[in-house]
Design a protein around this ligand. Structure first.
Ligand code: SF4
Length: 430
């Protein structure tokens, strides 16, 4: 595209003019002119413009800068800085604060909301599966590459099956603009919210119209920068990591919040499958699942998990990563042969640590496998904490959302999907 942003740059292969099976299905006219313009504002230059305005005398144009870092970005900085993940997070926070960012958060808290809401929605869908043909399978909703592909290419075959829980990024946007800004006695448009993420696709998600407040002319997430873009900026400015201050991250609950870094289950993508699986086993069948055993089907990125009792299969979930595997899944869906109640779908092979905003080799084009392995090791060094036992989530459900079943929780933590008619690219080989 004109902006160089392609949502499906992962296992795309072009041979002559033919688009192969593994190729991106929505490349053809992927971005409208309007979207291109919005995406062009998701850049370092835009952040620098906002920072420059803060130095001018006209205080009416000043904004409070807030940065939220995805936990999938932190292992990248840990490897690049040669530090453990917590120390790397503190150095990154120190760097962002030297730029003029006032608050730096970690999005794990927001991911906790996404997980809890996905768990609740799964139980509701499971219970209405006999009278709602769209209830199951439920597809996870955290990956904007997958969402875009579903909306533009697959349409009604898939969109009613996508979990309506907002992604961690967009829950974080909501937390910053609708909770934190209020605590700071600031109008949402006075806060400029930057999100540091592992992939470019998050930029497309940030500019979706449902996350834009047209009255105040502000977005929940104003700008997404990839880990690689931040690292490039550090290199351009010849920043020495040793000389950076180590600054602990902030918490949206202020002093009351625990800023110790934790992670969710799974291989680095918040583990929606594992969380929902364990929750559903307990909630629906009264079974405690401590360990999850994956069965590799086609490859490491197409795996299955089952819950059995007395020879009967109670639950059957799958993790499907990368467009090759997604196309297999869609093919089975068209034939009505998807046995799963839930599928965790991610468009990057390997999941979010392999996002192209951080995992591409310096030569470009391919993923850096050594870097990914190092990132996986760094990520797995963090302790796991279940969102169910995170006191900050309980506080926010009560104080901000008026409880888990409230209208407020449903409005602010969920979204919807559109079917956007779009022709499939020519020469597509299924
Ligand atoms: S799977 Fe890839 S495209 Fe999807 S959210 Fe993760 S990093 Fe981004």
């Amino acid at each position: 595209t004109a902006t160089g942003v392609c949502v499906l740059r992962r296992d795309t292969v072009h041979e002559g003019s033919q688009l192969l099976l593994s190729a991106c299905l929505s490349c053809d006219g992927c971005l409208s002119e309007e979207e291109s313009l919005k995406i062009s504002q998701q850049s370092l230059e835009e952040v620098e413009r906002v920072l420059a305005l803060n130095k001018k005398c006209d205080v009416s144009k000043h904004k409070v800068l807030v940065a939220s870092i995805c936990p999938q970005s932190l292992p990248f900085f840990a490897v690049k800085f040669g530090l453990d993940i917590t120390e790397a997070a503190h150095k990154l926070c120190g760097f962002l604060k030297t730029l003029g960012v006032q608050f730096v958060f970690d999005t794990t808290l927001a991911a906790g909301f996404s997980i809890l809401e996905s768990q609740r929605e799964f139980i509701q869908r499971y219970r209405r599966r006999h009278h709602d043909s769209h209830a199951l399978p439920m597809f996870t909703s955290s990956c904007p590459g997958w969402i875009r592909y579903s909306e533009r290419v697959l349409g009604s075959l898939v969109t009613p099956h996508i979990c309506t829980a907002r992604s961690p990024q967009q829950v974080m946007g909501c937390l910053v603009k609708k909770y934190f800004s209020k605590q700071q006695k600031l109008s949402p448009e006075k806060v400029y919210h930057v999100l540091v993420a592992p992939c470019f696709d998050k930029k497309l998600e940030a500019v979706r119209e449902e996350f834009y407040n047209s009255l105040l002319e502000t977005r929940d997430v104003d700008c997404v920068l990839t880990s690689g873009e931040i690292y490039c900026l550090m290199e351009q400015r010849k920043v020495s990591v040793e000389e950076l201050d180590s600054v602990p991250l902030d918490h949206v609950l202020g002093e009351a919040g625990d800023v110790a870094l934790v992670r969710h289950e799974g291989r680095g993508s918040e583990g929606f499958l594992e969380h929902v699986f364990k929750h559903a086993a307990k909630e629906l069948f009264g079974l405690d699942v401590h360990e999850i055993t994956y069965k590799h089907l086609r490859n490491r990125d197409f795996q299955e998990v089952t819950l059995e009792r007395d020879g009967e299969t109670l639950l059957q979930f799958a993790a499907v990563y990368g467009f090759r595997n997604i196309q297999t899944l869609v093919h089975r869906m068209r034939k009505g042969r998807v046995p799963y109640q839930l599928v965790e779908v991610l468009s990057c092979p390997g999941g979010c640590l392999s996002g192209r905003g951080q995992a591409e080799s310096e030569a470009g084009g391919k993923v850096d496998k050594v870097l990914i392995q190092q990132m996986e090791e760094a990520y797995s060094s963090l302790p796991i904490r279940l969102p169910e036992v995170n006191p900050a989530l309980h506080t926010l459900y009560q104080e901000w959302l008026q409880g888990q079943d409230s209208q407020q929780a449903s409005t602010l933590l969920h979204t919807q999907y559109r079917n956007q008619s779009h022709t499939q690219p020519p020469h597509m080989q299924w």
